[in-house]
Design a protein around this ligand. Structure first.
Ligand SMILES: *Cc1c(COP(=O)(O)O)cnc(C)c1O
Length: 431
């Protein structure tokens, strides 16, 4: 598989190189030179396969012979065996695609676990040291830390904005220890992300500690996420597949990029909705044609509190490659939701006997607004409601249970360092 940098189309790398590098110079994102395409007949066949075989077909079409078929099948099994997605019917023409049945109860488990397996595969080939440096606005931290936990010769360093993630989110990665170090930064998520970007531009440092990113900028995470769109599609009744519209709660826009790629390789999803909270840089861009990020606003859907979404350039590139129009697109709708509306939707979903959390509720709100009579709508459930326990309990006025998987972490002690958002402080820590 050949990929190029969005900052320099002449800079070409293989898939394994792109996974290892994370980002290219000038913070260029990698993008596939040629997106595979499955004809209708092939799609039909893929849809009949089980989740692992489906994923193999898709990922093999991208990656090609860089990883042998046997090894890729093993990697897929290890990555996805604990993360099978589920569809929960909510209304007559609306269901939630629950992506939170993985080890850290977040959809990020899919991408993080696949990436960690690829990096481990690379490490076995190349030897040497690996440091995974990740900024998290909540769920990435837990998913990445968990995916690499106890892997030999792999160090994990996680940055997060102090006081801006939920208690349970924090517990899920700050209590692990062993090869996982955590740093709370006195600043916003965008500032954490900036620190990571600076570290990646420091080529000496990068080499010295074998720096690798765990964020959704890594192409392996994106590819892994394509697979569950196929799985979801195949689990829907045929009559619902024709007019399928999927609402994605967006932060860094990795999840929706993967969905749009799924469509671009032949999965006949009618359209996607980019749903955001008040951090609405993309909806405003699509409406007014002006790219004007504002200061990040803290909301109850905090994993989406991002005003400069990393993956947006990839969506632009995909549309360019496919010669799809991004303005007034049939394939990409958009909307943003206030806190008040989000809370109202959580209450409404509860009345429908479904306990949801703020991110999914954002997606549900905009789906309800946009869906037409003939359409079937999925909104993505990106986290288990118990990860936002305090918020959800207050809104629905009912206690919710923690799943067994995370119960034990709740009362464990957190271990975190704390720094101001200055690169020299981070560098000292890393070396
Ligand atoms: C990360 C995250 C999102 C946003 O996903 P992106 O791929 O960054 O757009 C949405 N919801 C939850 C719960 C998340 O953790």
């Amino acid at each position: 598989m050949k990929l190029y940098s969005l900052k320099n189309i002449f800079k070409e790398v293989t898939f394994l190189e792109a996974v290892q590098l994370g980002l290219c110079e000038k913070q260029g994102l990698f993008f596939p030179k040629k997106i595979p395409f499955f004809k209708k007949k092939e799609i039909k066949k893929i849809l009949k396969m089980n989740f692992f075989e489906k994923s193999f077909k898709i990922l093999n079409a991208f990656i090609g012979n860089e990883i042998s078929k046997t090894n890729l099948r093993k990697i897929i099994k290890k990555s996805f065996e604990h993360t099978i997605p589920k569809i929960r019917k909510i209304e007559k023409n609306i269901a939630c695609l629950e992506l939170f049945h993985g080890p850290t109860l977040a959809f990020k488990d899919f991408g993080a676990r696949f990436m960690s397996q690829i990096i481990y595969f690379l490490k076995k080939k190349n030897k040497g040291k690996v440091t995974i440096l990740t900024a998290t606005s909540g769920d990435t931290g837990a998913a990445v830390a968990n995916a690499f936990y106890k892997m030999k010769n792999v160090n994990v360093v996680i940055l997060y904005p102090k006081g801006k993630i939920s208690k349970i989110q924090e517990k899920m990665f700050c209590t692990l220890e062993e090869n996982v170090k955590t740093i709370s930064v006195n600043g916003s998520f965008d500032e954490c992300q900036k620190l990571v970007k600076i570290a990646f531009n420091d080529s000496k440092l990068k080499k010295k500690i074998g720096l690798n990113s765990g964020n959704s900028i890594n192409i392996s995470r994106l590819l892994a996420q394509i697979c569950y769109y196929f799985e979801a599609f195949s689990n829907l009744k045929k009559k619902y597949r024709k007019n399928l519209i999927i609402s994605v709660p967006c932060g860094n826009f990795g999840n929706i990029t993967a969905g749009l790629i799924a469509k671009s390789i032949g999965l006949p999803i009618k359209s996607f909705i980019a749903s955001t909270n008040s951090n609405d840089t993309v909806p405003r861009f699509l409406k007014y044609n002006k790219w004007e990020p504002k200061k990040t606003i803290s909301t109850i859907s905090n994993a989406m509190d991002i005003s400069i979404p990393n993956n947006w350039d990839r969506i632009i590139e995909l549309f360019k490659q496919k010669k799809w129009n991004i303005k007034n697109s049939k394939y990409l709708k958009f909307g943003s939701v206030s806190e008040k509306q989000t809370k109202k939707s959580i209450k409404k979903l509860y009345k429908l006997k479904y306990i949801s959390e703020p991110h999914a509720a954002v997606a549900y709100t905009i789906l309800k607004k946009k869906i037409k009579k003939e359409e079937y709508g999925l909104f993505l459930g990106t986290a288990h409601p118990s990860k936002f326990k305090d918020t959800v309990e207050e809104i629905i006025n009912k206690k919710i249970k923690l799943p067994e998987k995370i119960k034990h972490q709740k009362n464990m002690k957190s271990f975190s360092f704390s720094i101001d958002p200055k690169f020299n402080l981070l560098k000292k820590f890393l070396t």
